[in-house]
Design a protein around this ligand. Structure first.
Ligand code: ADP
Ligand code: MG
Length: 463
């Protein structure tokens, strides 16, 4: 095979592997020798050769064969700077045959010399474990985050945190980073959003610094990628993410990922990535409940009271807000911030009236009232039972269980009291409702299918 033949085979590969891959991986390959069905290529680093061998060898071989060159095997050898063109020795040859069984990853390389700074995204100093209020909806996520922050042996990898907007995912990730950094200052902790990951990847491709990029991401001790749903549908970024991920897991380095939904539910995310993400511990942050919201408000209000000395807040105001603003913590915080700022400006005590006045827009926006009837209808639809069975007396499990789910959701998603809910379920007693709610809570901890079902219903209802 001549260099011309290789040139044209190479051009053909663009279509096969895509422009990015081509520029990064194929173009730099130099055909060094071809004899006895073995094509030997010169590559810049052993890692490079390993990568090409694992990912593109099949393509290269089949394109060569299609061009009439009978190739059985590809070899990749590192070009030594200043050395004579490869031909002679292939040491250190890395990748062997493309038909070989999946190789172990390249041995851990020494760190890049400049280990001083890990250029991640800045951490918010307010997002610590101290300032994180723990309640039932987030206790599992919090416990898992704490565990990772202890920095002991890696027990689950990755930690995958997911949940809706403003429920504290970023807060927990920053808290992990702060904690690790203060316990082990020498640890290289890299936190960034998936968007930043992509941005850097693209930039590295453009500036032909892909090796530096890889080196950087493979040399950290802890990698945290926030909002990973962002890379769904972005093929080459996903590819890169996948390999970074695997390289770190192989080195037993901790990875923490967040997303707005469970791995399996992220559309346009490659299956192999989904399944990798599910390998560790997947925990979700549930929508806030009244107690958690109140807890958060109390903590923040305490904080503000020292900041705005002397500002009084009337009884019942925080309870009112916790009751009315159910969307997410960010909105809740925003409301409180505005309230304190306004009250200090006008020099008045924070009363219910002042709150209603000052927060009218926020209150109106979170006013989209979900009715018990809507919940009953959605649940009945989902389980394929009659709406009338929701209020009827049938005790058959296939009917009673969905009914209890609807009770549970009514308690969770509406401000209605147990007796009120009971009335709408065909005049049942409030203890029946309570029993139903508890039953579902209990089942959810044991039955993940049921728990997933309920999450789905909840999203459908709130969406
Ligand atoms: P997400 O990343 O899940 O969208 P964030 O972590 O950015 O949400 O949280 C939004 C805001 O709510 C932040 O200011 C965060 O500090 C606050 N917050 C969320 N959950 C809690 C909590 N349990 N305790 C205290 N603050 C919280
Ligand atoms: Mg976030």
């Amino acid at each position: 095979m001549t260099n011309e033949t290789w040139g044209s085979v190479r051009e053909d590969l663009v279509k096969r592997v895509g422009r990015n891959n081509y520029v990064t991986w194929i173009e730099p390959l130099k055909l060094a020798a071809f004899a006895d069905g073995v094509a030997r290529f010169e590559v810049p680093t052993s890692f490079f050769g390993d990568w090409v061998s694992r990912n593109f060898a099949d393509h290269i071989r089949s394109h060569m064969n299609a061009a009439g060159v009978a190739v059985e095997r590809l070899e990749f050898a590192v070009a030594r700077p200043g050395a004579a063109p490869v031909q002679t020795v292939a040491a250190p040859a890395v990748a062997v045959a493309d038909t070989a069984a999946p190789r172990r990853p390249a041995p851990a390389r020494t760190r890049a010399p400049d280990t001083d700074e890990v250029p991640g995204a800045p951490l918010d100093s307010r997002f610590t474990f101290d300032s994180f209020v723990v309640g039932k909806p987030n206790e599992l996520a919090h416990a898992a985050a704490r565990r990772v922050a202890e920095g002991g042996p890696v027990t689950f990898n990755p930690l995958f945190l997911y949940g809706g907007v403003g429920l504290g995912k970023t807060h927990l990730m920053h808290a992990i980073a702060h904690e690790l950094q203060s316990r082990q200052p020498e640890l290289r902790v890299l936190y960034l959003s998936a968007e930043q990951f992509m941005y850097r990847f693209v930039q590295a491709l453009r500036e032909r610094q892909i090796m530096d990029f890889k080196e950087l991401f493979r040399s950290v001790d802890v990698l945290m990628v926030d909002d990973v749903q962002f890379i769904a549908g972005k093929d080459s970024t996903q590819e890169e993410f996948f390999h970074t991920f695997n390289a770190l897991v192989d080195q037993n380095k901790q990875i923490v990922i967040s997303a707005d939904r469970a791995p399996g539910e992220i559309k346009d995310l490659e299956d192999r990535i989904k399944s990798r993400l599910q390998c560790g511990l997947v925990v979700d942050l549930h929508p806030t409940d009244y107690e958690l919201r109140l807890g958060i408000l109390q903590t923040k209000a305490e904080h503000y009271r020292t900041q705005y000395k002397g500002l009084q807040i009337a009884d019942g105001v925080l309870e009112f807000l916790a009751h009315r603003i159910t969307t997410n913590v960010r909105v809740l915080e925003g409301a409180l911030t505005r309230l304190f700022a306004f009250a200090s400006l006008v020099g008045r005590e924070i009363t219910l009236e002042l709150a209603q006045d000052c927060l009218a827009d926020i209150l109106r926006a979170s006013d989209r009232k979900l009715t018990i009837e809507e919940i009953q209808r959605k649940v009945a639809e989902h389980y394929n039972i009659r709406l009338s069975d929701m209020i009827g007396p049938k005790r058959l499990r296939t009917i009673a269980r969905p009914r209890q789910i609807a009770m549970y959701l009514s308690k969770q998603l509406t401000p209605r009291s147990l007796p009120e809910i009971g009335r709408r379920f065909g005049g049942r007693d409030h203890t029946t409702i309570m029993h139903g709610v508890r039953k579902i809570e209990e089942l959810m901890t044991m039955d993940s299918q049921l728990s997933d079902d309920i999450q789905l219903l909840r999203r459908l209802l709130q969406g």
